[in-house]
Design a protein around this ligand. Sequence first.
Ligand SMILES: Cc1cc2nc3c(=O)[nH]c(=O)nc-3n(C[C@H](O)[C@H](O)[C@H](O)COP(=O)(O)O)c2cc1C
Length: 253
Amino acid sequence: MIGIYMSGTGNTKHCVSKLLSVIDPKAEMIPIESEESAEKIRQSDTVLLAYPTQFSNVPFMVKDFIRKKPELWKNKKVFCLTTMGAFSGDGAGCAARLLKKYGAKIIGGLHVRMPDAVCDNKMLKKSLEENKRIVREADKKIEAVGRKIVKEGIYPQDGLSFMAHLAGLFGQRLWFYGKTARYSDKLKISEDCVGCGICANNCPMGNLKIVDGKAVADNRCAMCYRCISHCPKQAITLLGKEVIEQCRYDRYC
Ligand SMILES: Cc1cc2nc3c(=O)[nH]c(=O)nc-3n(C[C@H](O)[C@H](O)[C@H](O)COP(=O)(O)O)c2cc1C
């Protein structure tokens, strides 16, 4: 098995690492943006594909990756894992349906609730204690799922049913579909930017660069919130207008 993941603030990366440590401790895990990711998928018969739910859907970056190399997925066994701040309905099912079109065999789906990466929206803010509790619950769920896979060969089927499809569609996706239909051009950089380059070095899309001592964003933002959660000046926003409190997995473990 190989773990391929998209992760902005570290939640999904942590979940992949935790699950693989139980079900296949020798398995490699690779970020989706790595140059090696496609080749590693080609060499493996089973893929754990993981990503954060965005607007009850698969991030465009992941859809783009899947669609660009359709031949990769033929007869590949794929286990879809998605992390979410609250609800996704069929977050795992969204990628599963796309992958099936290209001939993949879906062996399971797993939904894991984690802290919300959207840190420029007051409504989504939770206390440090609450986020730590969410991570502990997530770890328990992953351990239980992992044990079941190892002992009984039974994979969870979160988000793969028809009812889950309806819940995801009508719960949110239908209203926000446009948000994950392309990369975003809505990243905003304030005057507080000091041009340190941390954002540019971290962006999985190479969407940021430093020009004349300031960060400048292009129109290929994956909405992962990695730059926003790492900016030492809290100068970057996307969905909201101001950073409330940066969210990163390493603060909650
Ligand atoms: C642009 C965006 C949209 C999101 N939409 C949803 C959503 O529809 N439902 C949900 O429960 N969580 C949503 N989230 C929360 C993330 O799925 C969640 O925080 C995830 O664990 C982040 O994982 P990461 O740190 O690996 O990127 C959204 C996050 C972002 C950045």
